[in-house]
Design a protein around this ligand. Sequence first.
Ligand SMILES: [Fe+2]
Length: 322
Amino acid sequence: MELPIRYLVQPLPFKPHRLDGFTDALLLSHYQNNYGGAVRRLNAIEQRLEALDWTKAPVFEINGLKREQLVAMNSAILHEIYFDGLGESGGGDPKGDLASALERDFGSIARWRAEFVATAKAQGDGSGWTILSWSPRLGRLVNAWAAEHTFGIADGAPVLALDMYEHAYHRDFGANVGANVDTVMKNLAWDRIGARHARALAAHPASAATANDTEVTVEELHARIAGSAKPVILDVCLKEDHERKSDALPGARWEDPTRVREWASALPKGTTVVTYCLYGFQISRNATSELRELGIDAKSLAGGIATWRASGYPTEPFSAAS
Ligand SMILES: [Fe+2]
């Protein structure tokens, strides 16, 4: 029984002879031989994987096939994004939401372009891709360096891919890597790239937690400690957790989270309070809720002292004496 072909070659979204600076011979060879080759190789690898007895196959065979599957799959996908980003009458600058996002994340479109172009040209001695990726974790666009088809930001959704493998330009430009990059840049189809960016945002919204009304991030607290309106910082770790920690946030004093109402009345009127515990779960959140019920402007530290330490901020020796 013949196994189904799983991956189909996607059509070119432009007429090769209409691009400015590349010969249609190069683009056709790139499309048919390199991209098409990756898709054909991927289907052949999939057939080998389908036929594999996973309980008996030697480790070297599994590793080899899975590695080649990843290389061929990413090569196929990145080539599709590369070709999708090129078009007739391309070039110029991005528009709309993508333009705003590049300005937000790089300062200006010119700065983004300078970084993207320099990263691509720096890959001239090797082989790989320069990829503009949307990272939901970072909540921003990033210019990423990618070798071997297989590197990239782990949660990145590529928006634009520039092929720096020699097969992408040698036929037209020889070893002139810069000419390849400059020619791609003047053929970018910003309408399609913008649409890909919009799809990436819709599918992968930014995931980073943002501070809310009752929490403060370590970055915010660090900035507030350095500023003029310092909050009162209260360590509200449980008494039984004292032996699990030896340090505290700078200037913090310990208060018993089980006796909030007893010590809250001693807080000066109008005080802003930040509470924290070991990891920022129930202990500091509950203490914060109680303080807020008493009319005190309190927030808890997101992630607790663990996130404070992990961010590289200083601590002081802990003393339970309050
Ligand atoms: Fe390529």
